[in-house]
Design a protein around this ligand. Sequence first.
Ligand SMILES: Cc1cc2nc3c(=O)[nH]c(=O)nc-3n(C[C@H](O)[C@H](O)[C@H](O)COP(=O)(O)OP(=O)(O)OC[C@H]3O[C@@H](n4cnc5c(N)ncnc54)[C@H](O)[C@@H]3O)c2cc1C
Ligand code: SF4
Length: 339
Amino acid sequence: MHRFAYRRPESVDAAIQAARAGQTSGPPVQAPGQFIAGGTNMTDYMALDVMRPDTLVDINRLPAARYARIETNPQGLRLGALVRMAQAEDHPVIQSKYPVIHDTLKLAATRQIRNMASLGGNVLQRTRCEYFRETSWPCNKRNPGSGCAALDGHNRQHAVLGASQNCIATYAGDFAQALIALDATVETMGPNGARTIKFADLHTRPGATPNVETVLQPGELILFINVPAGPWTARSRYLKIRDRDSYQFALTAAAVALDLDGAAVREARIALGGVATVPWRAHEAEAVLKGKELDEDTATQAAEAAFANAQTRQHNAFKVPLGKQTIVRALLETQAMKV
Ligand SMILES: Cc1cc2nc3c(=O)[nH]c(=O)nc-3n(C[C@H](O)[C@H](O)[C@H](O)COP(=O)(O)OP(=O)(O)OC[C@H]3O[C@@H](n4cnc5c(N)ncnc54)[C@H](O)[C@@H]3O)c2cc1C
Ligand code: SF4
């Protein structure tokens, strides 16, 4: 067992200081010290020896009244980073006015995990790539420069969009697809002060540095997630396709939000889960639909556009037709919603 210091600061400043004071050893991690919230991802990867922080900074003593709070107003949602997934899933305004967010939470993991897991931790969860999780394999994300065992290995779960020659790992989360579709932002605090980051800019594609997964600086904390309300938020849903209908990550998924004028699409928001290396907004598909009547033909054209640049490997080519069907079905089911 790797020994580590455990800190429980009660303020944001103290948490940032504690994270910066820690050192790293063993396989690379992104920050000197590591934050832990619900711990459902972090303890998993510490037990597997994938993450070996020398300092673990537990942020659960930050004031709950501020950071575990859901605020709603006509302009949108403000979600504290320590809000638990189950807490957000149960919120009546999220259920009625932001159904796509409710769906992404409800369809993730299990209720027991969602009782523990925080929203901030959820968006920063790390990939489930089998070769990342098992330290005897080469993996550029875990051990930069060592190679990627998935390229010619068992890559059925892996990404067909946004990959590089260095990493094809899928971004595993669901909630992030709702956030990117709805133009969310995150508010952070770090050693260099506060900033607001578009959710679409938070995660970075693997490129030549798959070990770098976000634009967050060492010791930078996510404090809030903001979701603006729009004419599309109420007519929205998340369709998640998986091998087993519970307790499974997505093979393919589509978060859809629509603003309709009769059958015509004023605006469509589409994000894809299970198929890309980062939360993935399908702008090309949205452009196909804008101003058109939504029916099976136009939905199919949009789905084709979404996967036009897909690159497949030996075992994951099935994700392209499945992903297209997921988009078509999600669009038509969202259109049929009674709002
Ligand atoms: C068996 C299983 C099945 C699952 N299935 C799904 C699924 O279907 N869909 C899905 O979306 N997820 C799924 N998950 C993932 C689960 O949702 C995440 O583990 C959870 O949301 C992470 O939240 P946490 O608070 O426990 O994060 P932690 O484990 O505490 O932290 C995760 C990461 O985020 C960092 N972090 C946490 N909070 C902050 C913050 N505020 N600021 C900066 N950094 C922070 C930590 O340092 C760490 O790197 C599954 C998990 C398990 C174990
Ligand atoms: S796909 Fe990425 S995470 Fe998986 S083995 Fe390759 S480099 Fe590692």
